[in-house]
Design a protein around this ligand. Sequence first.
Ligand code: SF4
Length: 412
Amino acid sequence: MSAPAARRSRQARVVWGDRVVTVGGDAPVRIQSMTNTDTVDAIETAIQIRELAQAGSEMVRITVNTPEAAAAVPYIREQLDRMGENVPLVGDFHYNGHRLLTEFPDCAQALSKYRINPGNVGKGDKRDKQFGQMIEAAARYDKAVRIGVNWGSLDQELLASLMDENNRRAQPWDPRQVMYEALITSAIDSARLAESMGLSGNQIILSCKVSGVQDLISVYRELSRRCDYALHLGLTEAGMATKGTVASTAALAVLLQEGIGDTIRVSLTPQPGEARTQEVVVAGEILQSLGMRMFVPSVTACPGCGRTTSTTFQELAKRIDDHLRAQMPVWRLRYPGVEAMRVAVMGCIVNGPGESKHADIGISLPGNGEAPAAPVFIDGEKAMTLRGDNIAEEFHAIVDQYVQRRYGAAAA
Ligand code: SF4
């Protein structure tokens, strides 16, 4: 297996209290997420931030769009601090960020990073002035900044000038190529401008988000070639459920495998009733599948087939997966290394014992017509056989005991 290539970017420090989340350089690829609550509702927002952080989000972005939202930010921070949740907050600013960061210094201070969209900081001669006010706040409070360009809100003046330039070419580029160039130029020129205004280049993270997989890959390959700023990756408006998950995975996996990307976000549209934390789960799975980071013990489950027509095996696989994820906020602290544990839940004797032996702990359930017994394998050896109606509960307990015995020792 070829290891991801290394693109060594500068390293930003996103800080809250004693918590420092490094981005870029030798830091692991970080996971970000964003709330979808009304920021003015500080309690609801703090609760969702906590859920996202506990699911594995290392930074959480919140909308800061009105004076009321800006006024709520310090209160949200206070609520999180009281809950012992020191995840850094990122403020998402559009149109009026210069005013909000100037008029609400407590908000500017409570955030750990500002997201600035150069496509909507202002028009004409106001643009640089208003951009400068935001950069000045970042420099004053020692905050990191993400200069986040998005093709849905691209700087129209820049795009028009690049179009004009293109029309003057003997062989004009494809319009899509001009759009790529506008995204990249907007990001890099804005970063250079921020540096000229006094912000350290290390504290600048860039993103150029588009909603097409091939577009994203092309843009980031070129962006990464042209600068050494840390890069935030994400497919914007990825969509819902399977489509959003697959499109994000396809785009991010290609770039991450090439060593491009220092933070990621999976912009899923939650389905009705679906937890916001799903985007964090998917982001973690992308990094874990690529072997870049470990977040939760992995559950290997066979797809099932005609040899196991009962639902017991699917239910057990789901219950174990849910149980492991639910335990992780506590286990992460109490049992170092548990995230690398491998659990197998298999449907019948064909591959069940073999796969279970390769896992740290595995169970092979009886398929159709097999004896009603489920052998459990621990560290490659058959340890016991479960029978009866409580196989799921008993296997849960065996997994918990295994975690305590194996990983509790590491913490002692
Ligand atoms: S392990 Fe058994 S039940 Fe699972 S896919 Fe293979 S043959 Fe089918």
